[in-house]
Design a protein around this ligand. Structure first.
Ligand code: TRP
Ligand code: ZN
Length: 892
C-alpha cells in the first residue's frame, strides 16, 4: 500500500511495449497457503533493438529468474514494489521466472485468492501482476499453456482458459491438468480455478454445426440452483448468433460461481468467473429482479467473448470500448428476451420496461457522477488507479454512446459497422477511435455528406448536456417550430474554464394534439410518428408543417440521448402525455416528471397546491385502471421516482427533505386510491400458475407488491393483514420478500420483528438470502447507526465478504438517507471506509465514493461530510485507491 500521492497516468503517454511475447507457459503448484508459479516465455524485440524489459509484479516473492538458461543475480535486475526490470543483452531471449504468492492472505481478492475452500483468480485490470511478474497491460497478447498441479482431494477440479489437453494423477498423489488457450490474449483475461464443485453440463450445436460443451460450476450443494444460469447461457449463445452473427469460438465454455467476488463477474476467455449472486437462482430463494440480473450478467460476460476478448483494449483508457459496447449488447439481449413472441405495441412496451430500468440506473448513478469531482469522459484522459474507473460513466454512459450510434445508423447499418469492426480488428488490441472509424465508414456510405466526426466529442467531454426546448406554433401557416439549445457545462475538475463545443445529439421527437391523438410529423421530405433530429449546433430550429393547432411535444423518445431536457410546460400537458403518449418511454417519463415536480416543490418547503396534487392523483387513477398496459409497465409507471433520482435534482441536495416529501406523496396516493389498490391486489392474487420469472408473471408480482406497498404506507389497516398472509403463503422469493419489506418498512415494530426473525430462521444457511436480510434492515426507515453496528456483531456478518459488506454497510450508507445523514452516520461511514481499506481497497474506494459529492449538499451536511473526508485522508497507510477518491473530492 502506498501512502503518498500516486503518479497520474495520462492517455497521451501511451507507448507500445518494446517486446513481443508469442507464447507463455505457466506452471502452478497450487496450495492455499502458498503457491509456486513458474513462468516461461520467449521475448522478441519489436524493433530489433535491445531495451530494458519492465515486468509488473506486486505482493509476490521472486525466487529465481534466468535468461537463456543463465540464472541472474541481484546485480542483473532491479526489483521494487512495482515489479522487476531486466537488462537483456540480446533482442531475443528466453526468460524463466519462479515466484511465490500467498492466496490465503489475499484479502483484496485480486490475483490468486481463496473463497470458501476453493482457489480463484481475478486479473482485470491489474491482478495478474499479483500472480507472476509480467507485462500486465492489455496490448501485450500471448497464447497461454497452463499446467496446474494440486492436492487431488482438496482440488479435484483444475480449470483454466481454453481446451483441456490432459488430466493426470501424479506419483506424489496430486492431480495435474494441462490447458491450452488457442487465442492470444492479454494477461487480464487469464484465469484459473481449483476446487471441488457441483457441475451442470449441456451439449449444444452451434450455428456452424459444431458441438460445444457448456458448463456451470458452483459450490457443492448448490447444483440445483444453476438451471436458470445454464438456460441464460444457451440463450446468450443463440442471441449472439442470431442478432450479431457472432459464434462461440471454443469447444467448451465454463462459468464458475464464487462466494467472494469484488464485482459482478469476469469474462476470462472460456472460463468466466462470477459472483455467486449472478449465477445461483431458484424460485424459492431468488427474486424476479435477481433472475433478470443473472440473465443480464451471464449475457454480458458471454458477449465479451467477442467485444472485449477477440478484440480487446489497447490501454485502459479505452475501457469503454469493451464495456460500453458490451453493456449495450446485454441491454438489447434482455430487451429482446422480454419482447420474445410479442409484436407491435406489446413488444415496444415490453422493451420499454427494460429501457426504463436502464435509464433509472443511469440517472441515479451516472448523472451524479458526471456532476461531481470524479466526472470523466467515457474515455478518460488520466487516472491514478484504474480500478477507480470501472464507473457508471464507462459502463452506462458508454452504452448510451453506443446506443446513439445505433440510433444514427439504424440496426442494419449498425450491424454492418460491427462486421467492419471485426474485419479490421479481430485479434487486436485497439482504441475507441478504431471502433468509431468502423461505424463511420458505414455511416458515410449510408448518409452521404454526413459523418461521425462531431459525434466523437461524446468520447472527449464529461458532463451531462442540457437541452432547452422551446416551441412556436403559427396557426396561420399551420406550422410548429421547435428550437433546441444545448449547453454542455464543464463538469468536475477537468477543464473548468473551457467552454465545450456542441455535441451531435440524436433527438427523438413526437407530437400529440390537444386531445392526446398522435400527429404525423412532416419535416422536409421526412414524415413519421417519431422523427430523430440530428441536433448538432448550439441552437437549432426545425419547422414542421400540417399542424393546425398547438401540439403537445413528446420529447427525447425512448431516451435517445443521455441528456437532461429543460422545458417548461403546465402539469396538464404532462398529465395528457402520461395518459396518451404512444411512446411508452416518454409516457412513463411524463408521469415521473409530474410526480417529481410535486415532490421537489414539497421538499423545498413549498406545499403543493390542491390542484397540483389532484392532477397527480387523477393521472395515477387513470393509469391504475388502464386496461391495456402490461403489468410490468404499469408497475413502473405507478412507482414514484427513486430517492436518489430525486435527490440529484435538488440544489443544494436535501436528502432528508426529499425522503419525507416522497413518502408524503406515496401516502397521499395510497389513501386517495385505496379501493383501486385493493382491487388490483385482489385481482393479481387470483392466478397461481407454477412459478416462472417470465415478463408477464414477474410484472404481475411487481405490480401486486406495489399495490401492497401503497396500502401499507397509507396505513390502510387491511394492508398489514394482506402482507402477513402474503408472507406466510408465498411460494417464491418475490412474494415473500415483497411482503416482508412492506412489513419492515411500513408495519409496526412487532410485525417487523416477527417477520425478520422468521425469515432468518428459514434462510440462515443461504448466504445470498441472508444478504437480503441484512439489506432490509440496513435500509428500513427506523434503522439507526446503532442497529447497524449491532448487526455487524452478528455471527453471520463479515467485512471480508464483499457481498455481505455491500448488503449491510453500503446499503445503509447509500439507501438509508434519513439515518446516514446524521453526525453518527458520517462517522460510521468514515470509520468503515478506513476499516475496509485495510482489507480490500477496491471495495473501500467504492464506499468512499458514496459522499464524494459532499459539496453539493445543504450546509448542515456539507461541513461534517468534509470533516469525515479529511479524517479518511489523514489515515496513515491509506491505499492509493481511496487516496485518489478522497483527494479528488477535497480538491474541487
Ligand atoms: N470486466 C468485468 C465486467 O465488466 C468487470 C471487472 C472489472 C471486474 N474489474 C473487475 C470483476 C475486478 C471483478 C473484479 O464484466
Ligand atoms: Zn464488462
Amino acid at each position: 500500500m502506498r501512502t503518498d500521492t500516486l503518479p497520474t497516468i495520462s492517455r497521451h503517454d501511451y507507448q507500445p511495449y518494446p517486446y513481443q511475447i508469442e507464447k507463455v507457459r505457466l506452471e502452478f503448484d497450487l496450495a492455499a497457503e502458498q503457491t509456486l508459479v513458474r513462468l516461461a516465455f520467449r521475448a522478441r524485440s519489436q524493433d530489433g533493438q535491445i531495451h530494458p524489459m519492465v515486468l509488473d509484479g506486486e505482493d509476490i516473492e521472486l525466487l529465481e529468474v534466468s535468461i537463456n538458461g543463465v540464472t541472474l543475480t541481484a546485480q542483473d535486475y532491479q526489483l521494487n514494489e512495482q515489479g522487476l526490470t531486466l537488462s537483456p543483452q540480446q533482442p531475443e531471449f528466453d526468460l524463466v521466472l519462479v515466484s511465490r504468492c500467498r492466496p490465503q492472505d489475499n484479502t483484496m481478492l485480486m490475483g490468486l485468492y481463496v473463497s470458501g475452500q476453493n482457489l480463484f483468480t481475478q486479473c482485470e485490470a491489474q491482478g495478474f501482476r499479483r500472480i507472476t511478474f509480467f507485462p500486465d497491460r492489455p496490448d501485450v497478447m500471448a497464447r497461454y499453456e497452463v499446467v496446474l498441479r494440486a492436492d487431488a482431494t482438496l482440488y479435484p477440479y483444475l480449470l483454466s482458459n481454453g481446451n483441456l489437453l490432459s488430466s493426470t494423477l501424479l506419483e506424489d498423489g496430486r492431480t495435474q491438468a494441462v490447458w491450452e488457450d488457442p487465442f492470444p490474449k492479454p494477461a487480464y483475461l487469464f484465469a484459473l480455478v481449483a476446487g471441488d464443485f457441483d457441475v451442470r453440463e449441456r451439449e449444444i450445436v452451434k450455428a456452424n454445426g459444431h458441438p460445444a460443451l457448456l458448463q456451470v460450476y458452483c459450490d457443492r450443494g448448490d447444483g440445483d440452483k444453476t438451471e436458470w444460469a445454464m438456460e441464460c447461457l444457451e440463450h446468450s449463445v443463440r442471441w449472439d448468433e442470431q442478432r450479431f452473427g457472432l459464434e462461440l469460438d471454443l469447444d467448451r465454455f465454463m462459468i464458475v460461481a464464487a462466494r467472494d467476488f469484488n464485482m459482478g463477474a469476469m469474462e476470462n476467455k472460456g472460463l468466466n468467473i462470477f459472483n455467486a449472486a449472478y449465477v445461483l437462482a431458484d424460485a424459492q430463494s431468488t427474486t424476479d429482479a435477481s433472475f433478470h440480473a443473472v440473465e443480464a450478467v451471464i449475457g454480458h460476460e458471454y458477449f465479451h467473448n467477442w467485444t472485449g476478448n477477440r478484440v480487446t483494449c489497447r490501454d485502459w483508457f479505452q475501457l469503454s470500448l469493451k464495456e460500453g459496447l458490451t453493456v449495450f449488447r446485454d441491454q438489447e439481449f434482455s430487451a429482446d428476451m422480454l419482447a420474445k413472441g410479442l409484436d407491435g405495441a406489446q413488444a415496444a412496451s415490453a422493451r420499454a420496461v427494460k429501457r426504463i430500468d436502464d435509464v433509472s440506473v443511469l440517472r441515479a448513478a451516472q448523472f451524479p457522477e458526471d456532476a461531481g469531482p470524479m466526472a470523466h469522459p467515457i474515455r478518460p484522459e488520466s487516472y491514478q488507479e484504474i480500478s477507480n474507473f470501472y464507473t457508471a460513466t464507462i459502463y452506462e454512459k458508454g452504452a448510451e454512446v453506443i446506443r446513439m450510434q445505433h440510433t444514427l445508423l439504424g440496426e442494419d447499418n449498425f450491424q454492418a459497422g460491427i462486421r467492419e469492426y471485426f474485419k479490421r480488428h479481430d485479434g487486436q488490441a485497439v482504441t475507441c477511435d478504431d471502433f468509431v472509424d468502423s461505424m463511420d465508414s458505414v455511416y458515410r456510405q449510408a448518409k452521404p455528406g454526413h459523418s461521425l466526426e462531431q459525434f466523437r466529442r461524446w468520447y472527449q467531454q464529461a458532463g451531462t448536456p442540457r437541452v432547452q426546448v422551446s416551441l412556436q406554433h403559427d396557426p396561420a401557416t399551420q406550422t410548429a417550430t421547435l428550437t433546441l439549445r444545448q449547453s454542455n457545462a464543464p463538469a468536475g475538475i477537468e477543464n473548468k474554464s473551457t467552454p465545450k463545443p456542441p455535441l451531435h445529439i440524436p433527438f427523438a421527437l413526437g407530437m400529440l394534439d390537444q386531445q392526446g391523438q398522435p400527429l404525423t410529423l412532416h419535416l422536409d421530405e421526412h414524415q413519421g410518428d417519431t422523427l430523430v433530429l440530428d441536433f448538432t449546433e448550439v441552437e437549432q430550429s426545425w419547422t414542421f408543417s400540417q399542424i393546425p393547432d398547438a401540439p403537445v411535444l413528446s420529447l427525447l423518445r425512448n431516451f435517445s440521448a443521455p441528456v437532461r431536457v429543460d422545458y417548461y410546460r403546465p402539469d396538464s400537458e404532462l398529465a395528457l402525455l402520461a395518459r396518451h403518449d404512444t411512446d411508452p418511454f416518454a409516457r412513463w417519463e411524463a408521469a415521473q416528471l409530474l410526480a417529481s415536480r410535486l415532490i421537489l416543490s414539497a421538499a423545498s418547503g413549498r406545499a403543493p397546491s390542491a390542484a397540483q396534487l389532484a392532477t397527480v392523483v387523477q393521472t395515477w387513477h387513470a393509469l391504475v385502471q388502464d386496461p391495456v398496459l402490461s403489468p410490468a409497465y404499469k408497475a413502473r409507471i405507478l412507482s414514484l421516482p427513486s430517492e436518489r433520482e430525486l435527490l440529484e435534482q435538488t440544489q443544494p441536495m436535501t436528502p432528508r427533505a426529499v425522503v419525507q416529501a416522497r413518502r408524503q406523496l406515496q401516502r397521499e396516493l395510497g389513501l386517495a386510491l385505496t379501493p383501486y389498490w385493493q382491487e388490483l391486489y385482489q385481482y393479481l392474487s387470483l392466478e397461481q400458475a407454477p412459478y416462472s420469472p417470465d415478463a408477464l408473471q414477474a410484472g404481475q408480482r411487481s405490480l401486486r407488491n406495489l399495490a401492497l406497498n401503497y396500502l401499507l404506507v397509507a396505513g390502510v389497516n387491511t394492508g398489514t393483514q394482506l402482507a402477513r398472509n402474503q408472507y406466510d403463503q408465498a411460494s417464491n422469493m418475490t412474494d415473500r420478500m415483497g411482503a416482508l419489506s412492506a412489513l419492515v418498512n411500513y408495519g409496526d415494530a412487532q410485525d417487523r420483528q416477527d417477520g425478520l426473525d422468521d425469515f432468518f430462521q428459514r434462510w440462515q444457511d443461504n448466504p445470498l438470502v441472508l444478504d437480503r436480510w441484512f439489506s432490509l434492515q440496513a435500509t428500513a426507515p427506523g434503522t439507526q447507526v446503532a442497529q447497524v453496528r449491532a448487526l455487524m456483531l452478528h455471527p453471520a456478518f463479515s467485512l471480508r465478504n464483499p457481498n455481505r459488506a455491500r448488503s449491510l454497510i453500503f446499503q445503509f450508507c447509500i439507501n438509508n438517507m434519513q439515518a446516514v445523514h446524521t453526525p453518527e452516520g458520517y462517522d460510521f461511514w468514515a470509520e468503515q471506509v478506513i476499516a475496509l481499506d485495510k482489507l480490500n481497497p477496491e471495495i473501500s474506494a467504492r464506499l468512499a465514493r458514496v459522499f464524494d459529492n459532499w459539496a453539493r449538499f445543504e450546509p448542515e451536511a456539507r461541513d461534517p461530510l468534509k470533516a469525515a473526508l479529511e479524517r479518511i485522508q489523514a489515515e496513515p497507510g491509506l491505499s492509493g485507491n481511496v487516496a485518489e477518491i478522497v483527494h479528488k473530492a477535497l480538491t474541487l
